[in-house]
Design a protein around this ligand. Structure first.
Ligand code: 8YV
Length: 324
């Protein structure tokens, strides 16, 4: 019997064709509207496999899917998976590391450049007819090249950011991480700093750590107050790693120069979020991995993980905490 699979977001024909070879698949077709938790629960009553695109995998959802054997996330992060509930039900959980590292690192650099050179603010100025005279000091930005970059979270993506910053922009790169990465220090010529020193010394601070109970609100009022007034803060990890109210205060009081954000405490960001009123922040809609090629590659890795799990083979990328 071919296993039944539900695919919670539209994937490329290539990925769908691959899955169709091994499974009976149904797929969410609406590209504009993401499936809701309730809709997903209604779809998975008799499926054995779920290809999940950022959906919350909760105890409640799992209780709607008594036959479920594998959840394959099309993402590297899995903070939206209730791992205890998955363990309890013996569900195999997988994710997609590596394939998105370069793409997310590119976006971190894009946000650094955009926030430092005030790209979106000045783009809007030109579009709204505000470019009347010469450009005076009030519109000057900050240099990226030769500045000091502090990366919080030196994992695979952190390394890619360090490489770009160091060799592309001649930046002086430091990092803070739970454990020291001596090999990376030697290979890339980056320095380890305790978190408070990194916050105090860096011109750019990039947050690139997974969301765990330890990293929730890792950056709040105290941490923003340690930063230079000229500091630029970038978050391409998860919104909940930052106390967003404290970030809004730091930006609106000009306690820091600016920020570039791809992630938020609540996504999608609502129209009344004060961040959207501030000129000194660049806001993107969680597009870290969102290029055509990378999303297709992620979906293919996820599809392979799912087929392997359902056919009794060890998938390549089991979520580390769920490894037996
Ligand atoms: C995902 C991400 O694509 O991989 C991650 O952890 O944040 C993104 O690349 C997004 O969560 C949608 O699945």
């Amino acid at each position: 019997m071919r296993p039944k699979v539900y695919i919670s977001a539209k994937v490329s024909d290539q990925v769908k064709d691959y899955l169709d070879q091994y499974c009976d698949c149904e797929m969410w077709q609406d590209q504009e509207k993401a499936i809701t938790g309730q809709q997903l629960a209604e779809k998975i009553g008799d499926v054995e496999g779920l290809l999940a695109a950022g959906n919350a995998i909760s105890e409640r959802l799992l209780s709607a899917a008594p036959k479920l054997r594998a959840v394959s996330n099309i993402s590297v992060g899995y903070n939206h998976n209730d791992l205890e509930a998955m363990k309890k039900r013996n569900i195999i959980g997988t994710h997609t590391p590596y394939v998105l590292d370069d793409t997310v690192a590119d976006l971190a650099l894009a946000l650094m450049l955009a926030a430092a050179r005030r790209v979106t603010e000045l783009h809007n100025l030109v579009r709204t007819g505000g470019w009347q005279r010469g450009i005076g000091e009030q519109l000057f930005g900050m240099d990226v090249h030769h500045a000091k970059l502090g990366i919080i979270g030196m994992g695979r993506i952190g390394e890619k950011i360090a490489k770009r910053a160091k060799f592309g922009f001649d930046m002086e790169v430091s990092y803070y991480n739970r454990s020291r990465k001596v090999e990376v220090e030697e290979q890339l010529g980056v320095n380890y700093l305790p978190l408070n020193d990194l916050l105090e010394q860096s011109d750019f601070i990039v947050l690139m750590t997974p969301l765990t109970p330890e990293t929730k609100h890792l950056i709040g009022a105290e941490q923003f107050n340690r930063m230079k007034r000229s500091a630029i803060f970038i978050n391409v990890s998860r919104g909940e790693t930052v106390d967003e109210a404290a970030l809004i205060e730091a930006l609106s009081s000009k306690r820091i120069f600016g920020a570039g954000l791809d992630v938020y405490e609540k996504e999608p960001v609502s129209a009344d979020n004060p961040l959207l009123q501030l000129d000194n922040v660049v806001t993107l809609p969680h597009i870290g991995s969102a290029t055509k090629k990378t999303r297709d590659d992620m979906a293919m890795v996820a599809a392979r993980n799912l087929v392997d799990a359902l056919y009794g083979r060890e998938p390549q990328y089991v979520i580390p905490e769920l490894k037996k």
